[in-house]
Design a binder for this molecule. Structure first.
Ligand code: NOJ
Length: 541
């Protein structure tokens, strides 16, 4: 047994509750549905389930707009279901991480309803209110932009004749974390779930919580190309402030009240790697921060080599890089690969053998693809409110999905009419992908050559092989063009990973003597030479 905190060697599986499994036939996934599918998650071999928000919410942003942090939205179930989810996951040896939205609430939250009523009520200072500039105060207090960049973060309230800050959508007002009552109330929310046994939290928009108390304008900075026409705002006074780094430590202290097992904090933070690293402190801040570079990967050995070596330099053991190739906001990776399953297999081998914590978005394990949904049919508020004017032919060609519905379609369980997500005859909240008849858990589970079985094999190997789950990583030099290779070392044991990103066969000399896994059956090891077919990966020892 390797002696290290559980989260250092775990693997994370993200479930988007609305789209995972519908247990009561209303076309919307729910907590009981997730409980039914925990066996799938455990059998594939993941260690931790991260569940996107299911708390009370008007669902303007599908749960990232919370109106009661300590209750469950009726379409997802009850508090008892949430408790069952934790218990049932634990019974299968899985850890559970919930999604905590600390930066903002829904505008329907009773706190905001009260806060917006007057400038003098008990909650008047719980959100970020500001007088405007100019005549009647109708000019925005400063130049802070929403996270979507396209508009100001300030929203006018006629009731208070003041502006409130909403760093994401207008229906998601930012809490004022400089107010100690707010801080305590939100820490109590964390405690509420920690007491119910959750093993930690994914922290939504964590980098944006503590804004500059002086409300200084963010500097306007020309793009690196120096163009005066296209300017972007830096976010010096809204994101990753020193006070925000301090908050990471405070939240960690709250978690430390609940040891055994240690609870984990995983930050959704954006910025330069050096900035992200600050959140981890000396091991006394957040334990993990998502590294999002892989979301927009270029499929090449050089791209991944560059990223891995940067992560190794900045997040050396005991810190752990946290890799994300897909999530509920961004394009499915198989679409970035032109649908080529061989390439998806190479990425799977890499993701599950790197040093660090891999995150896999539901459906990634079966190669689910985007489901094209025109902007006019979007349910996603970003697509509906901001980008509905984008011509469809442009939207279709963008590398990134404006309409996040496309990556949130129902999980494909089997070949039945609604892919096993909900009963036939019921209309699921989003359409099922047309490829569900063949690309689904049931079909792939019975096919040893499938992507799902590769994930299963990789996760099994990872859990059995100490170098893979706990070893150090050393990039290999001097490999053939298009080949990425690294060694994982734990005590006297070594595993070697070779990945051929090229269109041609490659041969690599290796001191290893055993092939532990290959993404392509043609790959082989003979007389210390590894044959790698195009777009293949192997693990050797
Ligand atoms: C990031 C989440 O991933 C996204 O889905 C959500 O819309 C925003 N934060 C706002 O909470």
């Amino acid at each position: 047994m390797v002696d290290q905190p559980w989260w250092q060697s775990t693997t994370i599986y993200q479930v988007y509750p609305r789209s995972y499994a519908d247990s009561n036939g209303d076309g919307i996934g729910d907590l009981a549905g997730i409980i039914d599918k925990l066996d799938h998650i455990a059998e594939v071999g993941f260690g931790t389930v991260w569940v996107s928000p299911f708390f009370s919410s008007p669902q303007e942003d599908f749960g990232y707009d919370v109106s009661d942090y300590c209750d469950v939205a009726p379409e997802y179930g009850t508090l008892a279901d949430a408790e069952q989810l934790v218990e049932q996951a634990h019974a299968r040896g899985l850890k559970v991480v919930f999604d905590l939205v600390l930066n903002h609430t829904s505008d329907q939250h009773p706190w905001f309803q009260e806060s917006r009523r007057s400038r003098t009520n008990d909650k008047a200072d719980w959100y970020i209110w500001r007088d405007g500039r100019g005549k009647g105060g109708r000019r925005k207090p400063n130049n802070w932009r929403s996270a979507l960049e396209v508009r100001s973060a300030w929203q006018w309230s006629e009731e208070r004749r003041q502006w409130f800050l909403a760093s994401f959508l207008p229906c998601q007002p930012d809490l004022n974390w400089w107010n100690t009552d707010v801080r305590q109330a939100m820490f109590d929310v964390a405690r509420f779930w920690l007491e119910r046994g959750v093993d930690g939290f994914r922290l939504d928009m964590f980098g944006a919580i503590m804004k500059d108390p002086q409300f200084r304008n963010n500097p306007i900075k020309p793009t690196s190309g120096g163009s005066e026409l296209f300017r972007i705002w830096r976010r010096d006074f809204t994101d990753n402030t020193d006070a925000n780094i301090d908050l990471a430590h405070e939240l960690r202290e709250v978690c430390e009240e609940y040891r055994d097992p240690e609870r984990v904090l995983i930050g959704e933070v954006f910025g330069r790697h050096e900035v992200l690293r600050r959140y981890l402190g000396e091991g006394d801040g957040l334990q993990l921060v998502f590294l999002f570079d892989f979301l927009m990967f270029r499929y090449s050995a050089e791209f991944f080599r560059r990223k891995i070596s940067a992560y190794e330099a900045l997040f050396p053991p005991p810190f752990q890089p946290t890799y994300v190739i897909e999530n509920h906001d961004r394009t499915r990776s198989i679409d970035r690969l032109g649908g080529d399953l061989r390439k998806a297999r190479v990425l799977a081998v890499m993701l599950l053998t790197l040093r660090g914590v891999p995150t896999v978005y539901m459906g990634q394990e079966i190669g689910m693809s985007n489901t094209y949904i025109p902007l006019r049919d979007a349910q996603d508020p970003i697509a509906r409110h901001y980008f509905s004017w984008v011509p469809e032919f442009v939207s279709k060609r963008l590398p990134e999905r404006i309409n996040r519905d496309e990556v949130r379609t129902p999980m494909q369980w089997d070949g039945s009419s609604n892919a096993g997500f909900c009963p036939g005859g019921v209309e699921p909240w989003l359409p099922v992908n047309a490829n569900a008849a063949t690309r689904n858990v049931a079909v792939e589970g019975g096919d040893p050559a499938s992507l799902l079985c590769l994930y299963r094999d990789l996760l099994r190997l990872r859990s059995e092989c100490a170098p893979l789950h706990s070893g150090r990583l050393r990039l290999l030099d001097g490999l053939a063009d298009g080949v990425l290779g690294y060694e994982r070392n734990y005590e006297e044991r070594t595993a070697v990973v070779l990945l051929n990103f090229s269109d041609d066969e490659r041969r690599v000399r290796s001191r290893t003597s055993e092939m532990l896994l290959a993404s392509d059956p043609v790959a082989h090891l003979r007389d210390h030479e590894v044959l790698l077919p195009p777009h293949s990966g192997v693990v050797l020892a």
